[in-house]
Design a protein around this ligand. Structure first.
Ligand code: SF4
Ligand code: SF4
Length: 156
């Protein structure tokens, strides 16, 4: 029987370097704030306007990172290295990528390892499809500015 898993665990139980980067592929939107776009502009040494146009797009009223074709998942973030499955802009990546998965376990990694073990095959790749609920915009106050974010209804 598995040990009880809680978010209070000190140890992180996933290893992004051994994962094909579900999180960079299965979400059709990776939201970017103005601060993220500014960081991208600095990272690539281009103007904010160029960074906005080149690396982001509007998706359902939200600014998100652009995506391109991916041989594993169909599409993935344009900044994902398709061979190493690592982020090519690690120090310039948006805040949501820095925080993800925001807990000590990653459900995608667990699923991936589980299927590999079950089937005794390291090439197994579970394909994940997510449906999204409606979300509403909320205003949060950060250390130096107000920011609009998408907010889920509280879990019941
Ligand atoms: S899906 Fe989870 S384990 Fe894989 S790269 Fe993303 S955060 Fe890391
Ligand atoms: S910016 Fe990097 S970490 Fe974020 S979704 Fe794209 S490849 Fe993944």
């Amino acid at each position: 029987m598995a040990n009880k898993v809680t978010d209070e665990q000190a140890r992180v139980t996933f290893d992004c370097s051994k994962c094909p980067a579900f999180c960079c592929a299965v979400y059709e939107r990776v939201a970017v704030t103005k601060r993220d776009v500014n960081r991208l502009a600095r990272y690539f040494d281009v103007s904010v306007e160029t960074a906005t146009r080149r690396y982001t797009k509007k998706f359902e009223g939200e600014r998100v990172l652009r995506r391109t074709e991916d041989h594993l998942f169909g599409e993935a973030c344009m900044f994902l290295n398709r061979e190493t499955r690592g982020c090519t802009i690690y120090h310039g990546r948006p805040n949501v990528c820095r925080e993800y998965p925001d807990r000590t376990r990653c459900a995608y990694y667990d699923l991936y390892r589980f299927e590999q073990r079950q089937q005794g095959n390291k090439d197994v790749l579970p394909l994940v499809q997510i449906t999204f609920h409606e979300v509403k915009k909320a205003e949060v106050v950060g250390p130096d500015r107000r920011e609009k974010i998408w907010e889920w209804e509280p879990e019941s």
